[in-house]
Design a protein around this ligand. Structure first.
Ligand code: 6PG
Length: 232
């Protein structure tokens, strides 16, 4: 039985102000984790919403050698394909800061969903609770590559990483961390921008059972959303 989701909504009149807050929250989480443990583990979201945020993170003054970067999901495309979430993050951010390359753990989605999910589960075997997980929200309420009509992996004995076939959003083949594994995090931050997310936001707030609701970390989730998405 999935625990109820504790959800804190923070509303912003502009994407820029939302991103400024997100940069601050990530910077504070990194500083705290590095002070406490000497490392900071962060799971990145894919899609287009985080692109400008990633660019802005390039200017952060931090100990990049302490950062460990993971991915919440990946599209099964060739390794160099610009449509890969990891390549978007590299182009916008990771190739412009001195995070050790061995500490950027891309999902090897070019192997195909089944093999890549197994390989990523092995990568995560020694990794405990993430310090911060960043997620987006799809128009249909999906997050990472957890889609309606598919297994979200909500149970504690769920696989760490799920192969996804016939996804409703191209490409059809993907790999996603399970809802359970994404929930093993000190902090979860959703970025929700763009008018196309209005219905998903209203459904989420009305209690609909959307994939985003399956993310239930012990401290709850923080949703940074444009305020227009809650109108009407
Ligand atoms: C992906 C993402 C996906 C994304 C949402 C929102 O691979 O597409 O992981 O979960 O976060 O679809 O996408 P946008 O930010 O592009 O609206």
């Amino acid at each position: 039985m999935t625990p109820p989701q504790l959800c804190r909504w923070y509303l912003y009149s502009s994407v820029q102000s939302l991103q400024t807050e997100a940069v601050g929250m990530i910077a504070r989480a990194a500083e705290q984790a590095i002070t406490d443990n000497g490392t900071f583990s962060m799971v990145l979201a894919g899609g287009s919403s985080p692109h400008l945020l990633y660019k802005r993170l390039s200017a952060l003054k931090t100990n990049w050698a302490a950062w460990h970067i993971y991915f919440g999901d990946e599209r099964c495309l060739p390794a160099a394909d610009p449509g890969r979430n990891s390549n978007m993050a590299r182009d916008a951010w990771l190739d412009h800061v001195p995070v050790p390359q061995k500490q950027v753990y891309a999902i090897p989605a070019e192997m195909g969903a089944k093999a890549a999910a197994a390989a990523y589960a092995a990568t995560l075997r020694q990794v405990g609770e993430f310090d911060l997980v960043l997620l987006g929200l799809g128009e249909d309420g999906h997050t990472a590559s957890l889609f309606h009509g598919h297994d979200w992996g909500q149970e504690a004995d769920s696989p760490v990483a799920l192969p996804v076939f016939d996804a409703p959003v191209p490409p059809a083949e993907r790999v996603s961390l399970s809802a359970w594994r994404l929930s093993q995090a000190k902090q979860v931050l959703f970025l929700v921008t763009g008018e196309s997310k209005h219905e998903a936001v209203m459904n989420w707030r009305a209690g609909a059972n959307i994939p985003a609701r399956a993310i239930t970390p012990r401290h709850g989730v923080d949703v940074l959303a444009e305020s227009i998405l809650l109108e009407g």
